[in-house]
Design a protein around this ligand. Structure first.
Ligand SMILES: C[S@@+](CC[C@H](N)C(=O)[O-])C[C@H]1O[C@@H](n2cnc3c(N)ncnc32)[C@H](O)[C@@H]1O
Length: 198
């Protein structure tokens, strides 16, 4: 069965253009069948970005893990002036993320095809993810665990997760792994979590 996290989506292409404003800046994203939230910027993604851009000082080297068509990585690269890598397992998503980086005129950005951290060797100051809940706990918990090994000391992992999708148990797991897990903000059941590698 095909999902938004299939490595090679087989469904036919039907590209669309999403136009949105984030922090007074206009963005344009090409999306397609077979990628996450193809019709509009996902609510959780938008909330995560708002919290990061208003409450946090994002700097250094950033990884957008499970980047989809690229809204998180491209927005952070443009508005925080950082170096970003966008990674995803879905090849169609990666191709769109590359094109969208160009479309939004961001240059300090790269893409990588990767199953969780399998093809990622670098370390980062910030790792951000709207995790692939539908891919299952094995995948999302693998991301949370391996993120710690890919963070520099003092670096932070940011996650958006709904309480209906297991936010309380994810928080327990993150606290065990990192020794800390702060809720930066909540809205409509979604929590933006921050864990710092100490
Ligand atoms: C909830 S979507 C978020 C997409 C995008 N960041 C956004 O906010 O619109 C999660 C993304 O994780 C990707 N994904 C699923 N399993 C993965 C894996 N094992 N490794 C890397 N990425 C994965 C999916 O392809 C999807 O693009």
């Amino acid at each position: 069965m095909e999902h938004y996290y299939s490595r090679i989506p087989m469904c036919s292409s039907n590209e669309r253009l999403i136009e949105c404003k984030i922090q007074d800046t206009n963005f344009r994203f090409v999306t397609d069948n077979g990628v996450f939230s193809k019709k509009h910027l996902d609510f959780a993604t938008e909330f995560l970005l708002k919290v990061l851009l208003t409450k946090e000082n994002i700097k250094g080297k950033v990884l957008d893990l499970g980047c989809g068509y690229g809204p998180i990585g491209i927005t952070i690269c443009k508005l925080c002036d950082t170096d970003v890598i966008m990674a995803d397992i879905n090849l169609r998503a990666i191709e769109l993320a590359e094109r969208n980086a160009f479309l939004n005129k961001v240059t300090r950005i790269d893409t990588k095809e990767s199953d969780c951290f399998q093809s990622i060797t670098d370390k980062f100051d910030v790792i951000i993810t709207n995790p692939p809940i539908r891919a299952g706990k094995e995948t999302t918990y693998n991301m949370y665990k391996n993120a710690k090994e890919h963070l520099n000391d003092g670096g932070a992992l940011y996650i958006v997760i709904n309480k209906k999708h297991g936010a309380p148990s994810a928080m327990e797991y993150l606290k065990e792994l990192y020794g800390n897990c702060e809720v930066l903000d909540k809205k409509a059941g979604f929590n933006v979590l921050k864990c710092v590698k100490k």
